[in-house]
Design a protein around this ligand. Structure first.
Ligand SMILES: Nc1nc2c(ncn2[C@@H]2O[C@H](COP(=O)(O)OP(=O)(O)O)[C@@H](O)[C@H]2O)c(=O)[nH]1
Ligand SMILES: Nc1ncnc2c1ncn2[C@@H]1O[C@H](COP(=O)(O)OP(=O)(O)O)[C@@H](O)[C@H]1O
Length: 192
């Protein structure tokens, strides 16, 4: 059956395991593109410019917004994050399916521009497990953890407007489910 490259948005609360899931998926499916977002937040230890994010100053982010360079952008956890049009276009031009790991506001905005984008929401098995993962990651101070937990409740409220919901309980199972979703939507005669 014919396959077609598509745009996939992956969203979900901070600490649910989006980054882990997508990284595992890309080991299995090296052809899958992943956009590197721009952000005004400071790099975490070990994060690499141009690989983890494009780390921009507030002024540089403003300039790129004014120049219309963003496909979408949003305020998330007290900072700005956005997908550069050129970044998404470069991968789409290679005929690859592309994953955007972005927040729910971004997901809704991408759907306006690309109505056939597939929106996938990653859910935690429970609120307690989400907090355990967020703390276990050890990247955030207490204020940042509290903000992310408060925002998690709001983000979970958007799950209904997504096309697909996946519970990230057992990692291997969740990776397999995400791979299956991508395979199904890439195949003509899939759910659309
Ligand atoms: N709208 C939008 N959200 C983004 C983008 N890049 C990252 N995010 C979201 O910003 C949030 C914070 O990401 P990050 O600082 O890496 O923290 P983490 O979610 O705790 O790993 C997450 O919900 C991401 O999905 C983007 O380009 N656009
Ligand atoms: N299925 C899972 N079971 C247990 N721990 C997980 C699972 N998926 C991810 N984690 C862990 O949870 C933490 C947060 O994952 P991460 O990918 O950074 O989340 P996000 O990108 O959604 O903020 C990491 O320490 C990661 O190893």
């Amino acid at each position: 059956m014919a396959r077609r490259a598509r745009l996939f948005v992956v969203s979900g609360p901070s600490g649910v395991g989006k980054g882990t899931l997508v990284a595992r998926l890309r080991e299995q499916e090296p052809g899958l593109g992943l956009t590197v977002s721009a952000t005004t937040r400071a790099p975490r230890e070990g994060e690499v410019e141009g690989t983890s994010y494009y780390f921009l100053t507030e002024d540089e982010f403003d300039r790129r917004v004014a120049a219309g360079e963003f496909l979408e952008w949003a305020h998330v956890h007290g900072h700005r994050y956005g997908t550069l049009r050129a970044e998404a276009q470069r991968l789409m031009d290679q005929g690859r399916s592309v994953v955007l790991e972005i927040d729910v506001q971004g997901g809704i905005n991408v759907r306006r521009v690309h109505p056939d984008a597939v929106l996938v929401f990653i859910e935690p098995p429970s609120a307690e497990e989400l907090e355990r993962r967020l703390r276990g990651r050890g990247t955030e101070d207490e204020a940042s953890i509290q903000m992310r937990l408060a925002n998690a409740t709001k983000e979970l409220g958007y799950a209904d407007s997504y096309d697909v919901r996946i519970v990230n309980d057992d990692l291997d199972r969740a990776v397999a489910e995400l791979a299956h979703v991508i395979d199904t939507y890439e195949t003509d005669g899939g759910p659309f």
